[in-house]
Design a protein around this ligand. Structure first.
Ligand SMILES: C[S@@+](CC[C@H](N)C(=O)[O-])C[C@H]1O[C@@H](n2cnc3c(N)ncnc32)[C@H](O)[C@@H]1O
Length: 267
């Protein structure tokens, strides 16, 4: 998959392909990254990319002519039909199902704003979708572009050591991931759950599924289209087997909760 990123800080975005899963994916040719700096498409000697906002007010706005030229140049290099995405606090909040959908495309053009943002007409003329990292304001879209590249790359076939890893991650099937443990067996008197040491793989899979269901129920019932007061039998998103497992989790948890300190209850 090819990523074309329009950014005033290419060195920042390129860092994502220097390390870790994304670095290895780039080295193995699973992803390709091209950064385009709008300054290289500016007409004047100062390589100006911004100007004062019409109507006054603080800050500067990224200019339409320079951005349009940069986007159209990137489009010529990108696979046909590549969407242009503007990283923006005003966009839809990025989630795993959107990431999954985007991971199926051959390419994406990611437009990173800076300053007060970009001239609105760029959005009208060239932007297909706007995505936000969340309800807070960053200084630029670069971190958003890097987040998207990372999340999408993990889902490319062969990008992870074990192809199943991505299937077990949180938000697959709208569930949070179960908890994980590694050696040693005891850490400051906390012991690894016995079932994980049993070697009984069906029991381990069942326990993991139960933990995923329970954690999702406790922390993110919205993922199951439920609230904490919904009866488990009424959760349409779950199969009957999952409902039974969730009931089991709740029974285990309720009896354990009585022994918990106050601040640990109802996490
Ligand atoms: C300082 S922000 C501009 C914010 C803009 N004035 C507003 O309030 O909507 C500069 C750039 O950072 C990026 N940005 C800021 N917050 C973001 C977020 N939550 N998600 C994605 N991109 C964001 C956008 O590309 C934006 O153009």
């Amino acid at each position: 998959m090819r990523f074309d990123v329009i950014t005033l800080l290419p060195q920042l975005v390129e860092a994502v392909t220097k390390v870790g899963v994304t670095g290895r994916a780039k080295d193995r040719g699973l992803i390709d990254l091209h950064c385009w700096n709008p300054r290289d498409f500016s007409n004047d000697n100062h390589r100006t990319v911004d100007d004062r906002p019409y109507g006054g007010g603080p800050g500067m706005v990224m200019k339409a002519d320079v951005l349009l030229k940069t986007i159209r140049h990137a489009k010529l290099q990108a696979p046909e039909g590549t969407k242009v995405i503007y990283l923006s606090p005003q966009g839809k909040k990025l989630d795993q199902s959107s990431v999954r959908e985007m991971s199926q495309s051959k390419g994406l053009i990611l437009l990173c704003g800076r300053y007060e943002g970009i001239d609105e007409r760029v959005i009208q003329l060239e932007v297909d979708d706007e995505w936000s990292l969340g309800d807070y304001v960053l200084s630029g879209g670069e971190l958003g572009a890097m987040v998207m590249i990372d999340a999408i790359t993990r889902l490319q076939p062969e990008a992870l050591g074990h192809n199943e890893s991505a299937l077990q991650d949180s938000f697959t099937e709208n569930l949070l991931d179960c908890e994980h443990y590694t050696r040693p067996e005891v850490v400051e008197s906390l012991v690894v759950p016995a079932v994980l040491m049993s070697g009984n793989h069906p029991s381990i899979a069942r326990w993991r599924r139960k933990q995923s269901l329970g954690k999702t129920w406790q922390r993110r019932p919205d993922l199951l289209n439920a609230t904490p007061s919904t009866k488990t039998t009424d959760i349409k998103a779950l199969s009957n087997d999952d409902k039974k497992l969730l009931d089991e989790y709740l029974q285990d948890h309720c009896s354990q909760e009585q022994d918990l300190p106050e601040h640990k209850k109802d996490i």
